[in-house]
Design a protein around this ligand. Sequence first.
Ligand code: HEM
Length: 98
Amino acid sequence: MPEENLSQLAPNLSLAYRRLQRDWILNRWLPKPSDLVPGTRMPSFDQETIANTAASIHLTGEPREMTEALVDYVLSLGAPTTNVPTPTAKTESAKAAD
Ligand code: HEM
């Protein structure tokens, strides 16, 4: 598929965390995308696809664990960072600017 524009090959998943539920991705979408979108080119996440995908991103483990790690990664994309404590101490330069 060298002629294809890669940016149009699959959707940008950076907003997935806002719209998709983890359980739905894992149990409805990934096992067989064509059940939900007939004719889609997204592959079903069978053992072989999971293994190939995991190998390409250096994930190891049980298929279920690797799939969950992948989904957690996708859901982390673009998500606001939570639980980052607000600093209370001030640097010298911040004090000087007060
Ligand atoms: C983990 C969460 C993922 C979600 C929520 C997701 C979602 C989607 C969606 C909504 C589409 C468009 C379906 C359509 O309209 O035909 C799509 C297409 C596709 N996805 Fe995924 N995907 C995920 C992971 C992956 C992974 C890991 C791979 C690689 C193994 C993959 C490969 C593809 C491919 C090849 C297409 C077809 C693009 C095309 O038809 O041009 N996806 N995906």
